[in-house]
Design a binder for this molecule. Structure first.
Ligand SMILES: Nc1ncnc2c1ncn2[C@@H]1O[C@H](COP(=O)(O)OP(=O)(O)OP(=O)(O)O)[C@@H](O)[C@H]1O
Ligand SMILES: [Mg+2]
Length: 504
């Protein structure tokens, strides 16, 4: 009897492989970072071949550390950075271009062109998303229009598109030797092409984008056997049985299965997801409507999402671009050298602003500077930016749902930062709660895979696995909170209208 589930978490900065036991506890982990390629301002790419190599290697690491083999693994689940687009030749398995990452803003002209007829909300009633550079659909168009020979090959049916779940699944299940070309509803809901109600690709939208349907993966549920791992892998013949986009996986891993339940993940960016059960709710406050999960033949669950492009990546930027810290955790020590932000506010609109503003014309701004401000204040302002952006998204969720959240479940790499978590509770005015297993993204993918093969029997069994680890209570007085939020909102307005038409 196989005692474990292996999850592959193909993230923006790294690829992880985690082995979980029946209690949802971590048995072992493998992890490798991949290169972030920045060819021009606003462009962000990954090498898909490196991602696939790393995936294979981290599987080996995790199995090796636990001293187990494929016979101990009941199923594999995949979770992934969501809107990052890979296009490859199905005959050779070679990508025709690097993966274009979700943060990449090069497709603004394509967005503008599509929005000329009907505005950015043109397809929103059908797909739940505004036209924006963030989503994978515009990235496919860029590749078809800019990579030599791509359009012809695509028209001939030789090219495949996938987000990185699909790229990993196709390779894992054999690649050119019968690899399965599929994705799940949550990833499909981030392309701009999927009808939220029918859960199928929309021919009229594909026509408007001029993307051949033959490139697109089959849309499947989040929990079912898609295929078995190919013979050349350490995991050969193990079923691949779960796929969830990373944010939906984290929601699932937090056991937020029902209407009104939510979580906020603090990673490269921040993503707050609010479960609306089987109801499709269109936001009036700048949130996206997205798929939550779909288990086999059961009805799909939907969610509202507040996506924030830059949170943890701002800490990386302090480390890599400014060099004022040498590792992410050091930001906390630096921030603690000062009492407060010294009047500085940092709005990291590096990819424009996502929720709740959706301003592609915005760019980053550090405001409120005086001769007094030092690097400690800048570190603090960078951390506080995460908390303020989350506050604005939470306000939108509360407004859309008509009910105020009474606490916030959190996960992701940044929650190791106590200073940030305390400030987050202060700025929200509600407690912030972290679970024992903070690797909720991988856990969610493991849950989806384990449910499909009967490793876990139902959602109640998974709910019972969730345990509180720690909690931060708000301590700031209302007046101070209001003052800081007022300043933050003022700082946000300073980032607007920056990008001119003649700037690429
Ligand atoms: N102690 C810390 N304080 C502040 N930020 C931190 C700290 N530790 C890690 N981070 C930030 O958290 C992020 C990593 O978190 P996590 O591993 O959850 O990211 P992720 O988004 O899941 O990555 P990926 O996109 O690869 O999946 C990095 O951006 C890093 O800068
Ligand atoms: Mg992640």
């Amino acid at each position: 009897m196989a005692d474990y589930i292996l999850a592959i978490d193909q993230g923006t900065t790294s690829t992880r492989s985690i082995v979980f036991d029946k209690k949802g506890s971590i048995v072992s982990t493998g992890q490798l970072e991949h290169e972030q390629i920045f060819p021009k301002a606003g462009w962000v790419e990954h090498d898909p071949a490196e991602i696939w190599r790393n995936t294979r290697e981290v599987i080996g690491q995790a199995l090796g550390k636990a001293n187990i083999t494929r016979h101990d693994i009941a199923a594999v689940g995949i979770t992934n950075q969501r809107e990052t687009a890979v296009v490859w030749d199905k005959n050779t398995g070679e990508p025709v271009y690097n993966a274009i990452v979700w943060q990449d803003t090069r497709t603004q002209a394509i967005v503008d062109r599509l929005a000329a007829d009907g505005g950015v909300e043109r397809f929103k009633p059908i797909v739940g998303l505004p036209l924006a550079t963030y989503f994978s659909g515009t990235k496919i168009v860029w590749i078809l229009e800019n990579v030599e020979g791509a359009r012809e090959k695509a028209e001939a049916g030789d090219l495949l598109f996938g987000t990185t779940d699909t790229w990993v699944l196709w390779n894992l299940t054999g690649g050119v030797d019968g690899g399965v070309h599929a994705t799940d509803v949550t990833n499909a809901s981030r392309t701009l092409f999927m009808d939220l109600e029918t859960l199928s690709w929309r021919d009229d939208i594909l026509e408007a984008f001029d993307v051949p349907k033959s490139m697109l993966p089959e849309i499947r549920s989040s929990s079912e056997v898609y295929g078995t791992v190919g013979l050349s892998s350490l995991l050969r013949e193990v079923p691949v049985a779960g796929i969830l986009g990373d944010q939906q996986a984290a929601t699932f891993g937090q056991a937020a299965f029902d209407a009104g339940e939510s979580k906020n993940t603090y990673g490269t960016g921040n993503f707050l997801i609010f479960n609306t059960d089987t109801e499709i709710i269109h936001s009036k406050n700048g949130l996206l409507t997205t798929l939550g999960y779909k288990l086999g033949d059961e009805p799909a669950h939907y969610a509202l999402e507040g996506s924030i492009a830059v949170t943890g990546s701002l800490i990386q930027w302090l480390r890599d671009n400014l060099g004022i810290i040498s590792s992410a955790p050091e930001v906390e020590e630096l921030a603690k050298t000062v009492e407060d932000n010294g009047g500085a506010y940092f709005v990291p609109a590096f990819s424009g602003l996502f929720a709740p503003y959706w301003r592609s014309d915005a760019r980053g701004a550090l405001v409120g500077l005086t001769r007094y401000v030092n690097k400690g204040h800048i570190a603090r302002a960078a951390l506080e930016a995460t908390a303020f952006q989350t506050r604005e998204v939470l306000d939108a969720v509360n407004a859309d749902s008509g009910v105020d959240l009474t606490e916030l479940k959190v996960d992701g790499g940044m929650i190791a930062n106590n200073t940030l978590m305390q400030f987050q509770a202060d700025i929200l005015g509600v407690p912030v709660v972290r679970p024992v297993v903070a690797e909720t993204t991988a856990l969610g993918a493991a849950y989806a895979a384990g449910l499909a093969v009967g490793f876990w029997s139902d959602l109640d069994e998974l709910r019972a696995n969730w345990q509180e680890d720690s909690r931060w209570e708000p301590k700031m007085d209302d007046e101070e909170r209001d003052r800081q939020i007022r300043n933050w909102k003022k700082a946000v307005t300073k980032t607007f209208d920056w990008v001119d038409d003649d700037v690429e």
